[in-house]
Write a protein that binds this ligand. Structure first.
Ligand SMILES: [Zn+2]
Ligand SMILES: [Zn+2]
Length: 301
């Protein structure tokens, strides 16, 4: 058993991050959001690959023990996010990493986790939890991370223990249950079949980071005791009216909604921390409105 104490948004941008180079170099200089990132006060608009850090207390741990840390997604920009976020919030050990899907913005930062395990710098290995599809992608993309005998050079690669979860069943990390939430994330271009990204329900939080449609079966899982619903909202035109996740919000009626992630979105904070004790519904809603109002111009392309 475990209780979630806080969640930290390590990144809230999409695969391209914010700012985008086309806006920064445009002779028109018409994207206020991207250009703002060049100023000290606009740095809050820098948004890197989406990633969440779940911090929880394992009930079996002795009093005074540190919080457990599970990272959801470790994408292309993870390293630069981590060196900013981890010291700021006093985070060091990783008790697990969960991968939502096999895209670059979700898992191409795995190689940088060597910073934790080389010579046991922080810990001897990291547990990686992922779907069969993601395991397949990582085996082909980073064979040396799956089998260190395949490493070249000095062979200094990260040490992982991979755990492939059954998408139909919950899995547990140090007492906290994670229930996979299958969500559509576009299609396979070859077969036109839905490509799945997995969100996760843990404690009373449902988190889906990359979706354009949430199946009814997944909705049923989320309806059970979801109090905080965190979902991506890619573009301004996909805001409240036409996006399946927004319908999900209506159906769930969670106490708090947090929408994040956008190709070029400008949200009030690059990263934010939510403490359960200070959870405030109105604050969430205000942030959402702020996000929609200040979307980057490129989102209309
Ligand atoms: Zn822009
Ligand atoms: Zn993706």
């Amino acid at each position: 058993m475990a209780t979630v104490e806080e969640i930290i948004f390590v990144g809230t941008g999409t695969s391209s991050s914010v700012p985008v180079i086309s806006c920064l170099t445009s002779p028109k200089r018409d994207c206020k959001v991207c250009l703002s990132t060049l100023t000290p006060e606009g740095r809050k608009n820098i948004r890197k690959n989406t990633s969440l850090l779940v911090r929880f207390r394992k009930h079996a741990d002795p009093p005074g023990a540190r919080l457990r840390n599970v990272l959801i997604d470790c994408g292309k920009t993870f390293q630069s996010s981590a060196i900013e976020i981890f010291p700021r919030y006093g985070v060091r050990e990783l008790d697990g990493v969960i991968i939502t899907h096999g895209h670059a913005d979700a898992c191409f930062g795995l190689d940088d986790l060597r910073g934790w395990t080389l010579g046991g710098a922080i810990q001897p290995y990291i547990d990686i939890h992922l779907s069969p599809e993601s395991m397949d992608v990582i085996s082909r993309t980073f064979p040396f991370l799956v089998d260190s005998a395949l490493a070249t050079g000095g062979g200094q690669v990260a040490d992982f223990k991979f755990h492939v979860f059954d998408p139909e069943k919950p899995f547990t990390i140090h007492g906290l249950d994670f229930i996979p939430l299958a969500a559509h994330h576009g299609i396979y271009q070859t077969t036109q079949e839905p490509y799945l990204c997995y969100g996760f329900k843990f404690d009373d939080i449902s988190y889906i980071s990359d979706t354009n449609l949430i199946p009814l079966k997944t909705m049923e899982i989320m309806k059970d005791k979801t109090k905080v619903f965190i979902v991506d909202c890619l573009r301004r035109k996909h805001s409240f009216k036409n996006m399946a996740p927004c319908e999900a919000y209506t159906a769930l009626q969670p106490a708090a909604l947090y929408m994040f992630s956008g190709y070029t979105a400008s949200f009030a904070f690059y990263s934010g921390r939510v403490n359960r004790s200070s959870e405030n519904c109105q604050r969430f809603i205000k942030d959402v409105l702020c996000w929609i109002y200040t979307s980057c111009r490129s989102s209309r392309l």
